[in-house]
Write a protein that binds this ligand. Sequence first.
Ligand code: GDP
Length: 313
Amino acid sequence: MSKVAVITGVEGQDGSYLKELLDAKGYSVRGVDREDGDVTDREFVRALVKETKPDEFYNLASIATVARPWDKPLETIASTGLAPLYMLEAIKEFSPRTRFFQASSAEMYGAVTESPQGEHTPFRPQNLYGIGKLMAHNLLEAYRRDQKLFAVSGILFNHESPRRREEFVTRKITNTFAKIKKSEAEELVVGNVNAKRDWTHAKDTVRAMWMSLQAEKSDSYVIASGAVHTVREFIEAAAKVIGMTLTWEGEAEGEVARDEGGKVRARVSPEFYRPVETHVRQGDISKIQRELTWRPEISFENLVREMVESDVS
Ligand code: GDP
C-alpha cells in the first residue's frame, strides 16, 4: 500500500516541488490549496485529518503577506499560529501516528543576537508573521514532548527557484536579466544590494522536509544552505549567466552597475529599501547534516543559472 501524504499550500513553490518528490516516491498525495480548503477553518482541518489519516502531513500553507504583516493581523496569526494548532489537535484526536512537518521560518529569529543561527539561537520575532510562526514552533515542541506526537519543525531560511514569485528579490533579478538578454528591459532597479541572505534551492529544501519525517525521532532543524551571499552577488551571478560582467560605481542610493559597454544595467533606488532591514540571516546546518545526513546539493551558482535560464526560455 502506498503511503498517504497531505500537503497544505500545494500550489506554492515548496508545495509543488514536494508533491513532485512524493509522487516520484509512489506516495498518494492529497494536496490542499487555497481553493479547496481553508486551513484556518478548524472543521475543515478536522475532517481532512479524520478522512485521510495520512502517514505524513506537511503544513506548507501560509499567508502571503510577509512583507506587509500589519495588513491583516488576525489572518496572519490564524494562518501561521492557529492553523498548526488545529492540525496538531486533529492529529492527536484522529491519527496520532501521523508524522507532521511544520514549515517554520527564519523570520522567527527577528532581531538576531548571533550569527549563524541554529536551533538554540534565541527567537526575537519582529513582525506578526514571525510571532505566529514562533507560536506554532513552540506548540510543536509541546506536542512532541507532552503528547508524544511526531512533529518536526523545519526552520526554513530563504529558498528560491524558477517558481519563486517576483516579490522576492531573486526572481526579480533573474527575470529582469532574462529580459535584458532578450532586449525587453534595459536595467534592474533594486533596494539594498548589501543585504545578505542564506539562499537554498527549494528542491533541496523539500528533500530535507521529507528526510526529516523519515527519521527515528522528531525534532527541530534549521534548513538552509549554511552560506550567505549579498543581493549584489546575486545580481553579478545573474548577469554572468547572460554573459555580462558588471562594474559597480557610486555609493548608497547613487550606486549603479555598468556592463562592459558602460551601459547601466542595475541601479539602487530607496523605493525598494525596507523600513526595517532584517539582520543578517545565515543558517547553522550542522545539526541536520549530522543527524539526517542532509546537505544542499544545488550550489548558489547553479541556482542562479537555473532561474535565469528558465526566465530566458
Ligand atoms: P525576505 O528575506 O523574505 O525579505 O526575501 P526578499 O527576497 O524579499 O528580500 C531579500 C533581501 O533583498 C532583503 O534584505 C531586501 O531588503 C533585499 N532587497 C534589495 N532589493 C530588493 C528588491 O528590489 N525587492 C525585494 N523584495 N528585496 C530587495
